[in-house]
Write a protein that binds this ligand. Structure first.
Ligand SMILES: *Cc1c(COP(=O)(O)O)cnc(C)c1O
Length: 387
């Protein structure tokens, strides 16, 4: 049996996988045998520095040879340095270290509920999330996710979540009642189709939440770590949430998630109230440190924005492209007549990896992509979109 066959036999078939086993990678290229693929998906935005960035590999290898794990009974230096650096870069007070985006959001939900419980007592536990959002696959984060198609099979889902219509000022204002402890939002809904929120909607959420002591939780699992051309997407909107969650690109392809807190909630989680065996694992932290060293740099971020503009310019000229949404290197392409999934499959055949989100073609190339590789990938896409 080859790799694909073993997967299909031994791994539960919870994914619709494409017929490609990636054997290795280098920079923007994923490799299988003698075939190369320009990767415009970067493992769903996780391989933010591309495949096997030299500094990242060196740091991770050095760490794994020195110390692979401690558990949270003890301290470790890589975790300390990562946490310090991420707080410095984002202006947050402190953070909780987990293993994934869903876990980062679980932590945010727990902090919001406990913050409110500590201050106001019971029955102020509701969290407003937005329709079309995506917050993860655990039962709590599925309950938070504002898409009916995710609310199947696994009943009962959790109480305490209600959805508001994104960009509807009247709807959100009406939903921020006295039982609400938090609003959770993605500035750009990623899985929902790369849909940025309107600035005036986000402004209103912050004003209303400040008035009512309702926490704002920004789910920056996909938008964070430089993806949009700012380190946090909230910077584009001029806002800093009480709690921000990050994961995907933050560790360069290692599994990690972070829940960042400002001063308001910094002391909410006390000893014994939350935990994770692997959270803050030094190997993952060492990878994260290298990502922070590179991706939090203003010149690097300006390049991300410039490369995003360059891709837009190339693709928006095509008659098949109706519009391109997103910011920086998080792009959602609306097609006129073609089906995004068909385009993704055709691109794979021609040596280009892409993603979809809802009906759009989604592009999340590594933040380190060079212009030549953008040209190469874009010309493959251009061929396909020409029909
Ligand atoms: C991917 C994603 C998640 C879930 O992250 P996992 O690491 O898969 O648990 C949560 N929120 C957003 C916005 C995401 O894009």
């Amino acid at each position: 049996m080859n790799t694909t066959e073993k997967y299909d036999k031994y791994v539960m078939r919870s994914y619709g996988r494409l017929p490609l086993a990636i054997e290795s990678g280098s920079g923007v290229l994923a490799l299988n045998g003698d075939r190369e693929y320009v990767d415009f998906g970067s493992g769903i935005g996780t391989n933010s520095l591309g495949y096997c960035d030299k500094d990242w590999v060196d740091a991770v290898c050095a760490q794994v040879q020195a110390l692979q794990h401690t558990s949270n009974y003890y301290y470790n230096e890589a975790g300390a340095e990562f946490a310090e650096k991420l707080c410095e870069v984002t202006g947050y007070t402190n953070l909780f270290l987990g293993n994934s985006g869903a876990e980062a959001n679980e932590c945010a939900i727990k902090i919001a509920r406990k913050y409110s419980f500590d201050k106001y007592g019971k029955n102020r536990h509701n969290i407003i999330t937005l329709k079309n959002s995506f917050h993860g696959r655990t039962i709590a984060t599925l309950s938070a996710t504002g898409q009916e198609e995710f609310h199947n099979y696994f009943f009962p889902f959790l109480d305490g979540f209600a959805n508001a219509e994104p960009n509807d000022l009247v709807d959100i204002a009406g939903k921020l009642g006295s039982t609400v402890c938090a609003v959770m939002l993605e500035y750009i809904q990623g899985e929902g189709g790369v849909c940025p929120l309107d600035k005036e909607f986000v402004d209103l959420v912050y004003v209303l939440c400040a008035e009512k002591d309702i926490l704002v939780i920004a789910d920056e699992v996909q938008t964070g770590a430089g993806r949009t051309g700012k380190f946090l997407c909230g910077e584009h909107y001029g806002h800093k949430a009480d709690i921000t969650t990050m994961a995907k690109g933050l560790f360069g392809g290692l599994p990690g998630g972070v829940c960042l807190s400002g001063e308001k909630c910094a002391g909410v989680l006390t000893a014994g109230t939350h935990g994770s065996t692997f959270g803050g694992n030094p190997v993952v932290m060492s990878g994260g440190k290298v990502v922070l060293d590179k991706a939090a740099n203003p010149e690097f971020l300006a390049e991300v924005a410039a490369k995003g503009d360059y891709i837009r310019e190339k693709l928006s000229a095509l008659p098949e492209v109706v519009s391109i949404d997103g910011m920086g290197l998080m792009l959602g392409v609306t097609l006129k007549t073609m089906n995004a999934k068909d385009v993704m499959k055709a691109a794979l055949d021609k040596g280009l990896l892409t993603l979809t989100a809802k009906e759009k073609l989604r592009l999340l190339p590594p933040l380190t992509i060079d212009y030549q590789s953008i040209d190469k990938g874009s010309s493959i896409l251009t061929d396909i979109l020409k029909g």
